[in-house]
Design a protein around this ligand. Structure first.
Ligand code: ATP
Ligand code: MG
Length: 447
């Protein structure tokens, strides 16, 4: 039955042979985030549906079409999180964190769920790295959050990505803009998609984010909000640009970016790659000064971004970004017979306790099959323990790459260190040092 052997549409398995890339990306990102003072928050995978209806907004695509909503056995309406901000804000309010020192920073790596049409870079379960910063209304905070995203791309070796910024103003300056937008779209009302017809009076800015080709085409000539900003919003935007300039972060202003979630105010931004097809937005974010209060917390300015990790990985693979080598097997200790197999297991256990990747046979295979396996997993060293080796207390360890052989004592200790351990330690560490030296050389002389 296909339902047993095929994952649901729009989901993706990450195989053991690929997960090191994810580990590398996540570790790199979380480390950088912590340099900026962002520590991880972990919130539930599902929340009360109302939380997303309110925060994301009930005229957005996410709420209207994409949420995984169901009734639980207790009759509550529950939704799998479509994004990370709402749950984070709910958590901060619930735990009274807005009474603590500001700014308050939080980050997360998390799965999100949206019922969308699956295609390259668009899944139904996807993963986001996100940050949220609360308690600053200054453009300095916007610049800092953007500079974290930018540093993440730099550090991962992604250069072909561009930053686009916009300001979508505050509720005050948006009033006039909404009127202008309504007037513009009214003249094209007949051609708009059904969803957008419904948005026209309630939230005309949403039409600008509609994915339907016709709505997109009509939106091209719509008035842009930058022409309607109030003095304060204008000043905020100018200050952000000056700060990005000062930090050497390149950007272009794109008056058409509105973002897909209702809670944004003032600054919005996207990092876009031209390398991965139509779903090129790798990171999107902005300011949401009204959200905390709207959800029942104290009035608190805030901002953040979400970075799609599947798209990030696609960009890295497409642009040939380097990944660290996958941690491999340092030594395979093969054996023949029960007694030798136990000896192999003991040595393996000892080496693992010391931090090495050591493997021995747990299948009961022939020596030939064990060696084939050692080859397959690309073990650096291998040996076979049999009756002779047990009797003599010596085993020959082979360096797989060169065929070089080394005699290692099975029983004796060199000082307090078992011979096998000191052998693996010296050989593996020696190789590691050589690799490190060549890496340092490739960076040139570090003064
Ligand atoms: P898009 O316009 O591509 O639908 P969005 O505006 O809905 O994006 P956000 O809600 O801002 O996206 O989410 C932030 C980031 O999360 C996106 O820039 C993207 O990298 C990623 N993302 C969003 N939806 C998906 C999805 N269905 N599959 C994979 N990644 C996604
Ligand atoms: Mg979307």
């Amino acid at each position: 039955m296909a339902v047993l052997t095929k994952a649901p549409r729009g989901t993706q398995d990450i195989l053991p042979s690929e997960s090191y890339k994810w580990n590398y990306i996540e570790q790199t990102i979380l480390e950088l985030a912590s340099q900026y003072g962002f520590n991880e928050v972990r919130v539930p995978t599902f929340e009360h549906t109302e939380l997303f209806n309110r925060s994301v907004g009930d005229t957005t695509d996410v709420v209207q079409k994409e949420m995984y909503t169901f009734e639980d056995k207790g009759g509550r309406s529950i939704t799998l999180r479509p994004e990370g901000t709402a749950g984070t804000v709910r958590c901060m309010i619930e735990h009274g964190l807005f009474n603590e020192a500001m700014p308050l920073r939080a980050s997360y790596v998390t799965s999100c769920f949206r019922y969308e049409k699956p295609q390259a870079g668009r899944l139904r379960e996807f993963h986001q790295f996100g940050v949220e910063m609360f308690g600053s209304s200054s453009a300095a905070a916007d610049a800092e959050v953007i500079s974290l995203a930018s540093q993440i791309f730099d550090t991962l070796g992604i250069s072909d990505i561009s930053l686009e910024i916009n300001s979508i103003g505050c509720p005050e300056c948006r009033k006039k803009y909404h009127e202008a937008l309504k007037a513009y779209f009214k003249s094209n009302e007949e051609s708009l998609c059904e969803t957008c017809k419904g948005r026209l009076d309630k939230n005309p800015m949403r039409i600008l984010d509609c994915k339907s080709p016709v709505c997109k085409e009509i939106s091209k000539d719509a008035p842009i909000i930058l022409d309607y900003l109030c003095d304060d919003c204008k000043e905020h935007f100018e200050s952000l640009k000056a700060r990005l300039d000062a930090l050497g972060i390149e950007y272009t202003v794109n008056g058409r970016i509105v973002r897909g979630l209702d809670y944004y105010t003032r600054t919005v931004f996207e990092f876009i790659s031209n390398n991965i097809g139509a779903q090129g937005t790798v990171c999107g974010g902005g300011r949401y000064d009204g959200l905390v209060e709207m959800l029942g917390g104290p009035k608190t300015p805030a901002l953040g971004f979400g970075m799609g990790l599947e798209r990030l990985l696609l960009v890295m693979e497409k642009s040939g970004c380097p990944f660290p080598e996958r941690a491999g097997c340092n030594i395979y200790i093969g054996s023949m017979g029960e007694k030798a197999s136990i000896k192999a297991a003991q040595l393996t256990a000892m080496l693992r306790r010391e931090g090495f990747n050591a493997q021995s046979d747990v299948v009961g295979r022939s020596v030939k099959a064990q060696m084939k396996y050692a080859d397959k997993i690309a073990a650096e060293y291998s040996c076979i323990i049999g009756d002779n080796e047990l009797d003599e207390g010596v085993v020959k360890v082979k360096k797989m790459a060169t065929g070089e052989e080394f005699k290692v004592s099975l029983n004796e200790s060199v000082g307090d260190i078992p011979d096998m351990l000191s052998f693996v330690y010296d050989s593996v560490m020696h190789t590691a040092m050589l690799n490190m030296n060549s890496a340092v050389e490739s960076f040139g002389n570090i003064e």
